[in-house]
Design a protein around this ligand. Structure first.
Ligand code: 5AD
Ligand code: SF4
Length: 488
């Protein structure tokens, strides 16, 4: 193929990561990255369906692309990702100008499907119902990549989710949990480090249950695969028959890859937060002092209706254990307001737990019914919009108070900052993140490239960010400015 492509990503980091792989495949097939939808030859929309506004945004964008396609019939439109998985044929029906609809399990097929579309002259819809567990080539991370930035990378360690949170559509669109083999992940991180990547984020819907299916498989029929394919180090001999996650071992292995300075991961489940993981975070210097631990609600009855598998007390205990075990830990969370049946007392309980947890940041969402999920059936218990909006406002005030205090506590300290680039508001300043994932805007000292690690003296803080000035360059970046596509 020749021409240019644009990939627009909606939703979470898992989608961002899939988009990088789709871009890698398109470039391997001869397309070049463009930055303008108006002139691109191939437009990929990588979609999200976790909340209803994501649906609305996609159909709005498709409406806009319809007029583009009327003007330039040669442009090819691909809809990929979670919404494609959920709506399947509905997209082709509602938007017949779409050329390819592909689901979450066929990222690797992006180019083939475009070729099929051209050969057949008809729109192509391909939605696989699930990933073939043994075919690890299909893991998005095993595909060619065009990283958005050269110094940081995402690594998918697990796909899908075996939980059944009553509000969540992820298990329906991403399928059951499948862990990627341990050795493949470590090898990918080694390759990324050789390319100059210094920060990796391990991605999964339920990252800290990573490996549960692998140990199960080894214990079950062996599957013709030796345990050494999945386990490394001293764990290999004794863990063979145990059924438990391998996330802590993975953190240690990835964290000790030479060149990797920072390891992050998202998102863990509170019920699976094990002492081994806390110990690995404490011991492994490269694992960042940041835990994103989704609370969802502070009310036990709502947590139970959500099928979250913990109580508020249990959550707070786990959090206390993490804070006790890991020095200088920052904690962020996700909270849903207005889950069906949520009473004033339930909402109050969430405020109390949030205050007690002293979150450094929170993504707060108004409950959004997702067709096919258990909670969406509870129509008669839906919380009126205005009630949910008022609860949200109070929750935000609580979270903002602790975020501001958390940021203010950094004033006067020197922080290691990974530089992202010029600040959008004030290009004379640079922006970056601390190990705790706090956003920092600072005055540089001399020319500093994105991907550098610098020391910043923090002089001021707001609810959302820190401000300061750079005192020293700690590590210069080694990545190439644009990583060429490399088929692995
Ligand atoms: N409504 C509102 N928020 C939701 N989330 C997931 N599903 C829904 C929904 N139906 C939130 C959860 C999750 C985050 C990624 O999105 O808080 O942790
Ligand atoms: Fe959804 Fe719950 Fe799985 Fe997270 S753990 S992806 S919220 S079902």
């Amino acid at each position: 193929m020749s021409g240019t492509y644009v990939v627009r990503t909606f939703g979470c980091q898992m989608n961002e990561h899939d988009s990088e792989r789709i871009a890698g495949l398109l470039e391997a097939d001869g397309l070049e990255a463009g930055d303008d939808v108006e002139t691109a030859d191939v437009i990929v929309l990588n979609t999200c369906c976790i909340r209803e506004n994501a649906d609305n945004r996609l159909y709005g964008t498709l409406g806009h692309l319809k007029s583009l396609k009327d003007r330039r019939p040669g442009v090819e439109i691909v809809v990929a990702g979670c919404l494609a998985q959920k709506d399947q044929d509905a997209i082709a029906e509602r938007a017949p100008h779409v050329d390819v609809v592909m689901g979450t399990h066929n990222v690797h097929r992006a180019v083939d499907l475009l070729h099929e579309r051209r050969a057949s002259g008809r729109p192509v819809v391909e939605i696989l119902s699930e990933t073939v567990a043994e075919d690890h080539e299909l893991f998005p991370s095993a595909l060619p990549v065009v990283r958005q930035v050269g110094y940081a990378g995402w690594v998918t360690i697990q796909m899908g989710c075996d939980n059944s949170c009553a509000f969540c559509i992820v298990p329906a669109v991403r399928g059951p949990e499948i862990s990627r083999p341990f050795g493949d992940i470590v090898a990918e991180v080694q390759r990324a480090a050789a390319d100059g990547v210094t920060e990796v984020t391990l991605l999964g819907q339920n990252v800290n249950s990573y490996g549960r299916d692998l140990t199960l498989r080894v214990r079950g029929d062996g599957g013709g695969v030796t345990e050494s394919a999945f386990l490394v180090g001293p764990a290999a001999a004794e863990e063979r028959v145990k059924v438990r996650p391998l996330f802590a071992e993975l953190l240690r292995a990835v964290g000790s890859v030479p060149g990797i300075r920072r390891v992050r991961y998202t998102s863990p489940h509170p019920k699976d937060l094990r002492p081994e993981t806390i110990a690995a975070m404490a011991d492994e210097a490269s694992v960042c002092e940041h835990l994103h631990l989704p609370l969802q609600s502070g009310s036990d009855s709502i947590l139970s209706a959500m099928h979250r598998g913990y109580t508020a007390t249990r959550y707070l205990e786990r959090l206390a254990a993490a804070r006790a075990g890991i020095d200088d830990l920052a904690v962020t969370t996700d909270i849903i307001v207005g889950f069906p049946g949520e009473t004033d007392a339930d909402a109050e309980a969430t405020l109390e737990v949030a205050a007690e947890a002293r979150f450094d940041g929170a993504f707060t969402f108004v409950y959004s019914p997702r067709p096919g999920t258990e909670a969406a059936e509870l129509v008669e218990r839906y919380v009126p919009r205005d009630v949910a909006a008022a609860r949200m406002e109070r929750l935000r005030a609580v979270v903002e108070r602790s975020s501001r205090l958390g940021n203010l506590a950094r004033v006067g300290r020197s922080e290691e900052v990974l530089v992202e680039g010029p600040s959008r508001k004030d290009p004379s300043r640079l922006t970056g993140r601390t190990r705790q994932n706090r956003l920092v805007h600072f005055e540089p000292a001399g020319a500093v490239r994105p991907g550098s690690y610098v020391a910043v003296e923090v002089t001021d803080a707001t609810t959302t960010h820190l401000r300061g000035h750079m005192t020293e360059l700690l590590v210069a970046p080694t990545h190439r400015v644009r990583i060429p596509v490399a088929a692995e």
